[in-house]
Ligand binder design. Structure first.
Ligand SMILES: N[C@@H](CCC(=O)N[C@@H](CS)C(=O)NCC(=O)O)C(=O)O
Length: 197
């Protein structure tokens, strides 16, 4: 989702290819040649495959500076932008991966204790982000929207069916509302046939 949103923000020409999880297409040898981790997304640029969603966001932002998904290189805002993206990719995305994929921990389903521990971990990140955004929002970098907010809103969306979704933190909700009002978000929903937040 974050890579597709970044492409829409940029307005770059691209072609989507569906990877059918129901058919295990992410583990097909042809796909594994592009992405040896057997996961989505993979982005081909000039025929070369690149992986890791946060890295893809950074690559796209750097290659298309006019889209202003990242502040100019070399300054304080750019440094903060890297820090937030790496924080989200480190502290939040892998915990969500465990939340959604009990098999990563060798179990068909999580025990209530593991579920609770993952929930606590995810909610502690929402609380950390809430205090930052309440003091210095509305976006991660303050007044100005950036690609880091796309990544955060995607991750917030993943929590929608959790016991306490990220939108229950008011400053996080304000940020998501800002991102969800963008034409790129609306277009993504049309193109991917999404309905629920
Ligand atoms: N660190 C990777 C994680 C990618 C990932 O876990 N993707 C999930 C979907 S959100 C996936 O492909 N799952 C299929 C599977 O693991 O079989 C990234 O951010 O690109």
């Amino acid at each position: 989702m974050v890579v597709h949103l970044a492409l829409l923000e940029i307005g770059a020409p691209y072609r989507l290819e569906r990877v059918d999880f129901a058919q295990g297409a992410q583990r097909d040898p042809t796909y594994l040649k592009l992405n040896p981790h057997g996961v989505v997304p993979t982005l081909l640029i000039d025929g070369k495959p690149y992986v890791e969603s946060a890295a893809l966001l950074m690559i796209l932002a750097e290659r298309h500076p006019a889209a202003a998904l990242a502040p100019p290189p070399g300054g304080e805002a750019r440094a903060a932008w890297y820090q937030w993206i790496v924080y989200l990719a480190n502290a939040l995305a892998p915990t969500f991966r465990l939340w959604f994929y009990p098999l990563d921990l060798g179990a068909a389903e999580h025990s209530p204790e593991i579920r609770r521990a993952l929930q606590v971990r995810i909610e502690s990140v929402w609380a950390r982000l809430e205090s930052h955004l309440a003091a210095s929002g509305p976006y991660l970098l303050g007044r100005d929207f950036s690609g880091a907010d796309l990544l955060l809103t995607m991750l917030m969306r993943w929590s929608r069916n959790m016991p306490r979704p990220a939108t229950q933190w008011p400053s996080l909700l304000r940020l998501a509302d800002g991102v969800r009002a963008r034409p790129s978000w609306k277009r993504l929903y049309e193109l991917e046939g999404l309905t629920e937040w």
